[in-house]
Design a protein around this ligand. Structure first.
Ligand code: DOR
Ligand code: ZN
Length: 353
């Protein structure tokens, strides 16, 4: 390998505000990569079964911590942050108990919107009291903002999600802090920009780097299938503008979502792209592509922590860009199977020192 470095930057250790660790036998894969790149990760609760109350979260956290310990013996600073999965029957008591335990946020999955969302909310009226309580006690609502009714085109699900789900929630609970997760459209960017400071958004690396042509042109690429689905080049550019603009409402959330190769390469493949193995490297590439690498640190290491009310990480990391690059691992062990990571077998240039 030619190790000549073209450029380098030092940034505060990033946080990932949207990460799918999965559970049990899968944890060693996800934890291994996440803890090399992030100080903290918001752990998505759509495990099987989902994390629906404080007890679930407590047990899940200890399983993740066991995995962390397998990689580092001494006290490790890597901190997984738990979330709750809202259902039609989540109670006010469960929210209060979760808040007391230190859970910062709850995730709203519309039922049927994505992977493991069958226990999700069927009508936002069913979580009226829950949202009111969250607003009162200062818990953050994380929204998978897509409508599920089959009358909507899959490429418009986010746009209508804003109209049908998000706007009514914001109007009814103006003091509720909300993160519109993994935004994918120009409409999403404009909407979040025009909301007050209670509303922010995460952006994935894959939505910054790819558009729907990468999924569909020249044959269907199941490993590029995620939800919300990749959108147009106009949308991608709008996300990149937002992420690199220095607007504190937009911050890092990878949505790194592993599935085994068999579950991706089949007649009805799962939604999700695994980026955990090169997560911050991909963001560096996206920012660098538009000459905005100096804007990365705010996006990756400050704005999210500030929105969540967390202290900034103290540690720093160095990111370097090689002149020629290096090859990404083709496949990664995932439980008894393997997954195909984004860019598997391809060359990338950015790496963490
Ligand atoms: O692509 C996705 N995969 N989107 C989601 O919302 C869920 C995730 C998963 O859990 O696999
Ligand atoms: Zn997700």
């Amino acid at each position: 390998m030619n190790c000549k470095v073209e450029k380098e930057i030092e940034i505060l250790l990033p946080d990932d505000f949207h990460h799918h660790f999965r559970d049990n036998k899968y944890l060693d894969t996800t934890v291994f990569y996440a803890m090399q790149r992030f100080g903290r990760c918001i752990a998505m609760p759509n495990t099987v079964p989902p994390i629906r109350n404080k007890n679930d979260a407590e047990n899940y956290l200890s399983r993740i911590r066991e995995s962390i310990k397998r990689f580092i013996k001494k006290e490790n600073k890597f901190e997984p942050l738990m979330t709750l999965y809202l259902t039609d029957v989540t109670t006010e008591e469960e929210i209060l108990e979760a808040k007391n335990y230190g859970i910062l946020a709850c995730k709203l999955y519309p039922a049927g919107a994505t992977t493991n969302s069958n226990f999700g909310v069927t009508d936002i009226k069913n979580i009226d009291l829950v949202l009111k309580t969250m607003e009162r006690i200062g818990m953050i609502l994380l929204v998978h903002c897509e409508v599920t009714d089959s009358k909507y085109d899959i490429f418009d699900r986010e746009k209508y999600g804003i109209e049908i789900m998000l706007k009514p929630i914001i109007n009814k609970y103006p003091n509720l802090k909300i993160v519109m997760e993994h935004i994918t459209t120009k409409e999403g960017v404009e909407f979040v920009k025009n909301c007050n400071d209670k509303v922010a958004a995460t952006i994935t690396a894959h939505h910054l780097l790819y558009n729907r042509n990468d999924l569909l042109v020249g044959g269907i690429k199941p490993h590029m299938y995620c939800l919300p689905i990749l959108k147009s080049e106009i949308d991608r550019k709008s996300l990149l503008d937002a992420a690199t603009s220095g607007n504190k409402k937009f911050f890092l959330g990878t949505d790194s979502a592993p599935h085994s190769i068999e579950n991706k390469e089949c007649a009805c493949g799962c939604a999700g792209i695994f980026t955990g193995h090169i997560a911050i490297e991909l963001y560096a590439e996206a920012f660098d592509n538009v000459g905005k690498i100096d804007m990365l640190e705010n996006f990756s290491s400050r704005f999210g922590a500030n929105f969540y009310g967390l202290p900034l990480n103290k540690k720093k990391i160095k990111l370097k860009k090689l002149v020629t690059g290096y090859k990404v691992e083709e496949k990664i062990k995932f439980g008894e199977s393997f997954l195909k990571p984004l860019r598997g077998g391809e060359i990338i240039k950015w790496f963490i020192e």
